[in-house]
Design a protein around this ligand. Structure first.
Ligand code: HEM
Length: 338
């Protein structure tokens, strides 16, 4: 066992040599992104998490996670761009009826007016910079609390209560599947009162698509997306400790196209569940609780956002007229399976 002079309590029990796992010291910079923190904890990025150049990040993503060059470029340069520009408007530009529509024009103008010099966009960053709220960072994260109101930065520390909630979506055979991911995202959007805008909802799906792609079984670009998932021991170690388990290495190249396909599949699965379709965490991996989309009964949905106990476990609701309870019960019977 080797100890590091900067981190006297750290051990290198996952990897050896320059990519040994060493947890961060209090002065190190860390982000809300488990993937990038892991890269720093394993020395693929500077261990102090500071002064990271785009080319360093591209190399680290390829070496540690097996991303192809185009994917590493899009993630890196897209990330720097989003970070160094004002947050995008809450809605995505409309693709129709025309690029000259007011919403498309305002998006284009917004980006052009705000575009800082290339030098500023590509200047090295510290991992903590990435917590700048509503640039890349967003509400309804799986394992991080939302930014406090009026706060410029969101917390970078993992929220372990949320993490437990996330892990509870594993299947009975201890796997984290596309369905687990979709349910977890629906629940977080619901718990955050749908405060995440469409652009960042897309970003959030991209994040988990990357995880499923990289740590899941090899998928061809359009392959078996709905197949197996990620082994929970690996998923837990990575998400909870920002650490790669001993001996792990990328099993396949992760492509840009493959990631987009998975992200689309996650979106489809989330739409099938329905916004608000999952209103509280499953009690155990065996009992994933799926609820009817509250869009159908908006007043009840609002009540359930502010109070999780307003809808009981069999789908009935306290203080709700009987005919509404009947409606819920019938919707409840048509829940979504794994
Ligand atoms: C293989 C590459 C990557 C993977 C697998 C990945 C994965 C993830 C995951 C799963 C989250 C969600 C954490 C949560 O919901 O609690 C996340 C968040 C984040 N990632 Fe990454 N990421 C990758 C690359 C990047 C890059 C290149 C950047 C920026 C340059 C970045 C910036 C962020 C930021 C700012 C967040 C916080 C978003 C939030 O508010 O939840 N990530 N990432």
């Amino acid at each position: 066992m080797h100890t590091n002079p900067r981190h006297p309590h750290a051990t290198t029990n996952a990897f050896t040599g320059s990519h040994a796992f060493i947890p961060p010291s209090p002065s190190d910079s860390r982000s809300p992104c488990p993937a990038l923190n892991t890269l720093a904890n394993h020395g693929y990025l500077p261990r102090d998490g500071k002064n990271i150049t785009p080319s360093h990040l591209v190399h680290a993503l390829k070496a540690a996670y097996g991303t192809t060059t185009p994917l590493a470029w899009v993630l890196t340069y897209g990330g720097y761009f989003l970070l160094r520009n004002p947050p995008p408007p809450a809605s995505l530009p409309s693709l129709s009826p025309s690029p000259l529509s007011p919403s498309s024009l305002s998006h284009t103008l917004h980006v052009l007016k705000a575009l800082p010099s290339l030098y500023k966009v590509l200047a090295p960053l510290d991992l903590a910079d990435l917590a700048l709220h509503n640039h890349i960072e967003h509400d309804a994260s799986l394992a991080h609390s939302n930014a406090a109101p009026d706060s410029l930065y969101a917390p970078t520390a993992t929220n372990y209560t949320l993490l437990d909630q996330l892990f509870a979506f594993a299947t009975p055979d201890d796997t984290f599947t596309l369905s687990s991911i979709a349910r977890a995202r629906v629940l977080r959007e619901y718990q955050s009162n749908n405060s995440i805008d469409p652009f960042h909802a897309e970003v959030a799906r991209g994040e988990v698509a990357l995880v499923l792609g990289i740590f899941g079984p090899a998928l061809t670009d359009t392959g078996n997306i709905h197949g197996e998932g990620i082994d929970m021991p690996l998923f837990r170690t990575w998400f909870a400790e920002n650490r790669l388990p001993a001996g792990w290495s990328p099993k396949h190249a992760q492509t840009l196209r493959g990631t987009v396909e998975i992200s689309k599949a996650i979106r489809g699965a989330m739409e099938r569940i329905g916004r608000g379709g999952v209103t509280h965490r499953p009690e155990s991996p065996q009992t994933v609780v799926v609820r009817p989309a509250p869009l159908i009964i908006p007043s009840l949905a609002n009540a359930a956002v502010t109070s999780n106990v307003s809808v009981t476990s069999n789908g009935s609701a306290r203080g709700v007229p009987l005919y509404v309870q009947d409606k819920i019960a019938s919707l409840w019977a048509g829940g979504v399976g794994h």
